[in-house]
Ligand binder design. Sequence first.
Ligand code: PXP
Length: 241
Amino acid sequence: MPVLCVNVDHVATLRQARMGIEPEPVTAAYMAELAGAVGIITHLREDRRHIQDRDVELIRATCNTRLHFEMAATEEMQQIALGLSPETVCLVPEKREELTTEGGLNCVGREQHFKDYLAPLHANGIRSSLFIDADPQQIEAAHAAGAEFIEIHTGHYADAKDMNQRKNELEKILAGIRQAQDLGLKVNLGHGLNYRNILAFKNVTGISEYSIGHSIMARAIFVGLDRAVRDMADIVRTFAD
Ligand code: PXP
């Protein structure tokens, strides 16, 4: 059955808006787990704009489910991941100017680079995922790089300006899921998913995890985090195996 993993970066964004002490991402992680999240996701960015080192350490120490650590493929992050021992690392591209991760990783032609980069993580029992667009060449390359999972970037689908574009983006994702599954890759989906647009995946089989942050935190402002996570977990629970 697919499961919901909750990204708590946005809680840190709110705290960092005042460079203050609240709200605490670790509290959000704990509440999200109680409400049905099966994994907690944090992205420690190179510029530390939201999640801080202390946040991931606290979440690692208290996480009762799985910790998924999103990171750029840098030497610094590799060392942090080795010290942290998250269940999974998800490699993402990172640009300083971007508001959020804007697209998938470019793996084509860099298969061996990623294979070498992931090797020490794999040797320490950390599973790997590559965040990529639903592009056949990227999926092939992610497979060749030896990742166990890919996370298909759903942001272009979520941000589509009209029905036609949305349908095209959805078709690309569905084809990507089939291709990845044929190659033996495990598939997660994430970015821009909300309580409505996620319903397009209801009958899609073989998805491991849905990685969701912003829409849950946005709803939490009005209904509370517990209810917001439960509402999303209830949706994901009705999805095909
Ligand atoms: N997956 C990846 C790789 C991401 O970078 C993000 C955003 O931090 C998400 C999933 C979650 O996206 P959103 O916050 O739009 O739900």
